[in-house]
Design a protein around this ligand. Structure first.
Ligand SMILES: Cc1cc2nc3c(=O)[nH]c(=O)nc-3n(C[C@H](O)[C@H](O)[C@H](O)COP(=O)(O)O)c2cc1C
Length: 168
C-alpha cells in the first residue's frame, strides 16, 4: 500500500520533480544528424505515443540542450528504446558533449539517422510539428519505420534506473 500522499504547491521544484518521478518510464536515446551531418544523440525519457493513425509520437527537449539546434532543424530523427543492459549508454548520452558518437557504435538507418545496436525498439520519424513547451520544446514525430524485439526494458523511476520485476 502507498503511504499517505505528500501534498505541496508546485512552486517547490524539488517536490515537483519527486512527484513527476512517481511516473515510471522507459529510457530512450533520440538521435539525428546536425547541419554538418554529424551524429547527435540525447538521452530522453519523455517519449509518449500520441496517435496510431497517423502514427505520431512526441518527446521533449530542453531549451538549453546543446543538441537543441540540431533537433529543431532535423527533418528526420530516430528514437532508440533502450534495453535493460544499456544503462551505460543512457548515462553516456546524458552527458553534455559534442563528440558522444566518437566512441559509440551505430549504423545509419535508411534516412541516414544513427541507429543504436541492441535496442528493444526503434522509431525512425520525420519531424511533424514542434511546439513551445515552457523550458522545453515538444517535438512530434511521424513514425516512418518502426522495429522491435522481445526483451527487458531499461526503466527510470524516482530519479533512478529500475528493472522490470515481471508481469502482475
Ligand atoms: C533517464 C534520463 C532521461 C532524460 N530525459 C530527458 C528528456 O526527455 N529531455 C531532455 O531534454 N533531457 C532529458 N534528459 C537529460 C539529457 O539527457 C541531458 O541533459 C543532456 O544529454 C545533456 O547534454 P546536452 O546539454 O548536450 O543536451 C534525461 C536524462 C536522463 C538520465
Amino acid at each position: 500500500m502507498p503511504r499517505e500522499p505528500k501534498i505541496t504547491a508546485t512552486a517547490d521544484s524539488g517536490d515537483l520533480r519527486r512527484a513527476l518521478g512517481t511516473f515510471a518510464t522507459g529510457v530512450t536515446v533520440v538521435t539525428c544528424c546536425d547541419a554538418q551531418g554529424r551524429a547527435c544523440g540525447i538521452t530522453a525519457n519523455s517519449l509518449s505515443s500520441v496517435s496510431l493513425d497517423p502514427p505520431l509520437v512526441l518527446w521533449n527537449i530542453s531549451r538549453i540542450s546543446n543538441s537543441l539546434e540540431a533537433f529543431l532543424n532535423a527533418k528526420v530523427f530516430a528514437i532508440n528504446v533502450l534495453a535493460e543492459h544499456q544503462q551505460e549508454l543512457s548515462n553516456h548520452f546524458a552527458r553534455s558533449d559534442h563528440r558522444l558518437f566518437d566512441t559509440v557504435e551505430f549504423t545509419p538507418g535508411p534516412a541516414g539517422v544513427p541507429l543504436l545496436p541492441e535496442t528493444l525498439g526503434c522509431f525512425e520519424c520525420s519531424t511533424h510539428e514542434i511546439y513551445d513547451g515552457g523550458d522545453h520544446y515538444i517535438i512530434v514525430g511521424r513514425i516512418e519505420q518502426s522495429r522491435w524485439r522481445e526483451g527487458k526494458p531499461l526503466l527510470f523511476y524516482g530519479g533512478r534506473y529500475a528493472a522490470l520485476a515481471g508481469s502482475l
